[in-house]
Design a protein around this ligand. Structure first.
Ligand code: N01
Length: 535
C-alpha cells in the first residue's frame, strides 16, 4: 500500500503500453510520479488477456515502442505475430530497462479520483487502500479493458453450475479443458483465436456463433535472426512510415485500383494477399472497402475460401461471413480457425437463426435444444472505450461526474482531455483514433503530446490545463460526423457501443486516421494550445 500522506506531481493509471511510457516521460520531466495498476505486473491488456491462443494481430516488428533506439535494437521478437506471453515479457523488459518498477504499485485498482478545486489537487484512491494526492492524473487504461468485460445479459447466465470464464479475466494458472464439453460464446477476434487452441484438448467443443466474422489467415511463423537483423537495420525508415500512415503501420499505400485491374488480376492479387496473411487485405485496393464493387469482390472471395476449407457444407454455410459489409466489424486473423471445424468433436451452432433461450444449470439452451457443457468460455468482448472510464468514480470541478458525462457516448477534446476535469489527461481516451490504428503507435503519439502540454504548463507557471466546453463539443460532434456514412454505420459493433444493451449507439473512435490526428494535435500546439484554457 502506498503511504496515505504521499503527495505526487502526477498519478498514472494502468501499466500497459500507455502507462509504462507515460510514467517514463513524466519522470524524465522531473515530476514525482506514482503509477497504479490492478494486475500483479506490467502488461495491461496483455496481462489480463491470457486466454488460449491470445496473440497480436499486428506484426511484432511494429507493434512496439519506437521512442528508444536502444530498445528497438536490443529486443528481438520470435514470431511474426507475437503471442500474449511474449508481449507481456516485452513490457516487463521495458519496465525494467527504464527502471520503472520502483514507481509502480501493483494489485491496486483505482476506484476514485476526485478533484479539489481549492487545493488544485486530485485525490486518488485504490482497491488496495492507497490514498494519495497529485496535481495531474493521467489515465492509461485502454479501451478494451478487463474492468469493462462484457458478460451478455442472457437469462440464467449466473445459474450455470459448471466452470465459466470471460476471456478478459483468464486465470493465471490456465484452464484444463482435457476431455471436457466446452462451449465458446462469441466469434470476434478473441473467440477466433481461442477456438482452435481449446479444440486441441477439449473432449467436445461447441461454438455458439451469432455473427460470422470476415477472417484472414495470420500465416504466423517464427522469425529468423537474419530477418530481425534486417528489420533492425531498417528501423529509421520503418519509424518514418509509421508516422505518416493512416493506421500507424509501416505499409506503403495500396498500389492497385480495383477499377483498373481485370477480374483475373484482382483474383490473383487477392490470392497473393491471402497467402501472405495478416490484416492488409482491406488495403489491397486503393478504394479499400469504400467502393461497393471492390468490397463485394473481396467478400465473395472470403466466402469461397470458407467453402473450400470447411468440408461439411452445413457448417460452412453457418461460418460464411454474411449479413453485413466487410469492414463494418473488425476483420479477424486466424490460425486454423476454419480447419478446426473439420474435427469430428467440433460443432458450430447458429444462434442468430435460433437465438439462445437461456443458460441453464447444465449448459446452453438454444431454442428447445439444450447443449450440456462442463465449461463456458465467454469471448463476448467489452463495454469498450467509455466502459473502463465509467468503472471508476472520477469527479471534477463542482463534483461533476465523468461517468455521467459519458452516459450519452464518448465525449472529450482530442480523445485526451475533458471539460470540467482540470489536469485530467487521457492516453487514447474516448473519441481518439487509437483503436482504429496500430495501438502502440497512437499511444506513443498521445503520451508525447500529453507530456508536452504538461511541460508547457509547468514552464509557464500554469496550475491547470482544461479544454473549453466548446472545444469538447466540437470534437465530440466531429467524431460522430466522421463515422456517419462510413462502413461502420452498417453493422452493430463494439466500435458503435451497440454490443452492450442500453449503451447509446455513438461511435467511440475518431476516424480521421493517425497521420491526420498527428497534424491536428500539432496545429493545436502551434496555435498556443487552441481549445484549452490555462490558469
Ligand atoms: O469482442 P467482440 P472480442 N449472444 O466484441 C458475441 C481486440 N482484439 O473480444 O457480433 C451471442 O469483437 C458477438 O456477436 P455479435 C480487437 O480490436 C485484439 O472478440 O455481437 N453472441 C461477437 O461475436 C477486437 O475487435 C486482438 O453478433 C454474443 C463476440 O461475442 C476487440 O479486441 C485480439 C452475445 C464479441 O466480439 C474485441 O474483440 C483479440 C450474445 N448475447 C481482440 N454478446 C489483437 O490482436 C456478444 N456476442 C490485438
Amino acid at each position: 500500500m502506498t503511504d496515505t500522506a504521499q503527495e505526487f506531481d502526477a498519478v498514472v493509471i494502468g501499466a500497459g503500453f500507455a502507462g509504462i511510457y507515460m510514467l517514463h516521460k513524466l519522470r524524465q520531466q522531473g515530476l514525482r510520479v506514482r503509477l497504479f495498476e490492478a494486475g500483479d505486473g506490467p502488461g495491461g491488456a496483455w496481462y489480463w488477456n491470457r486466454y488460449p491462443g491470445a496473440r497480436c494481430d499486428s506484426e511484432s516488428y511494429f507493434y512496439c515502442y519506437f521512442f528508444s533506439d536502444e530498445i528497438l535494437q536490443e529486443w528481438s521478437w520470435s514470431e511474426r505475430f507475437p503471442a500474449q506471453p511474449e508481449i507481456e515479457r516485452y513490457l516487463n523488459y521495458v519496465s525494467d530497462k527504464l527502471d520503472l518498477r520502483k514507481d509502480m504499485t501493483f494489485g491496486a485498482r483505482v476506484t476514485t479520483a476526485a478533484y479539489d478545486e481549492q487545493a488544485n489537487r486530485w485525490t486518488v484512491e485504490t482497491s488496495a487502500g492507497d490514498k494519495v494526492t497529485a496535481r495531474y492524473v493521467v489515465t492509461a487504461i485502454g479501451g478494451l479493458t478487463s474492468t469493462a468485460a462484457n458478460l451478455p445479459d442472457i437469462p440464467g447466465v449466473k445459474d450455470f453450475q459448471g466452470e465459466w470464464y470471460h476471456t478478459g479475466h483468464w486465470p493465471r494458472e490456465g484452464v484444463d479443458f482435457r476431455g471436457k464439453r466446452v462451449g465458446v460464446l462469441g466469434t470476434g477476434s478473441t473467440g477466433i483465436q481461442a477456438v482452435p487452441v481449446i479444440a486441441e484438448t477439449a473432449g467436445h467443443l461447441t461454438v455458439f456463433q451469432r455473427t460470422p466474422a470476415y477472417i484472414m489467415p495470420a500465416k504466423n511463423h517464427p522469425l529468423t535472426e537474419e530477418y530481425n537483423a534486417q528489420i533492425k537495420a531498417n528501423y529509421p525508415e520503418i519509424r518514418a512510415k509509421v508516422k505518416t500512415h493512416w493506421g500507424g503501420q509501416p505499409y506503403d499505400a495500396p498500389a492497385y485500383s480495383f477499377e483498373e485491374v481485370t477480374p483475373e488480376q484482382a483474383l490473383a492479387l487477392q490470392e497473393e494477399y491471402w497467402n501472405n496473411g495478416g490484416l492488409r487485405v482491406i488495403q489491397l485496393f486503393k478504394e479499400g472497402t469504400r467502393l461497393p464493387a471492390a468490397r463485394e469482390f473481396m467478400e465473395n472471395f472470403f466466402r469461397e475460401k470458407v467453402r473450400s476449407i470447411v468440408k461439411d457444407p452445413a457448417k460452412a454455410e453457418i461460418l460464411e461471413p454474411k449479413g453485413y459489409p466487410m469492414g463494418a466489424k473488425r476483420i479477424a486473423l486466424d490460425t486454423n480457425y476454419y480447419e478446426t471445424f473439420n474435427l469430428p468433436h467440433v460443432d458450430v451452432v447458429d444462434v442468430r437463426k435460433t437465438p439462445i433461450t437461456r443458460i441453464t444449470e447444465k449448459g446452453i439452451l438454444v431454442g428447445d435444444t439444450e447443449y450440456p457443457l462442463d465449461v463456458i468460455v465467454f469471448a463476448t468482448g467489452y463495454d469498450a472505450v467509455t466502459g473502463p472510464f465509467r468503472a471508476m468514480d472520477i469527479r471534477g470541478r463542482g463534483g461533476m461526474q465523468l461517468r455521467e458525462r459519458l452516459d450519452d457516448g464518448p465525449r472529450s477534446y482530442l480523445g485526451m482531455s475533458f471539460y470540467g476535469f482540470p489536469n485530467l489527461l487521457a492516453v487514447s481516451g474516448p473519441a481518439n483514433p487509437a483503436l482504429s490504428t496500430n495501438v502502440p503507435a497512437s499511444i506513443e503519439h498521445d503520451v508525447e503530446w500529453i507530456s508536452d502540454i504538461v511541460d508547457y504548463a509547468e514552464k509557464n507557471g500554469f496550475k491547470t490545463i482544461e479544454p473549453t466546453e466548446q472545444a469538447e463539443d466540437d470534437w465530440t460532434e466531429e467524431t460522430q460526423a466522421k463515422a456517419r456514412g462510413s462502413v461502420f454505420d452498417q453493422a452493430d459493433s463494439w466500435q458503435y457501443g451497440s454490443n452492450v444493451p442500453g449503451k447509446p449507439r455513438r461511435f467511440l473512435i475518431w476516424l480521421g486516421g493517425l497521420h491526420t490526428f498527428r497534424d491536428r494535435c500539432a496545429e493545436v500546439t502551434r496555435e498556443g494550445y487552441k481549445g484549452f484554457t490555462f490558469t
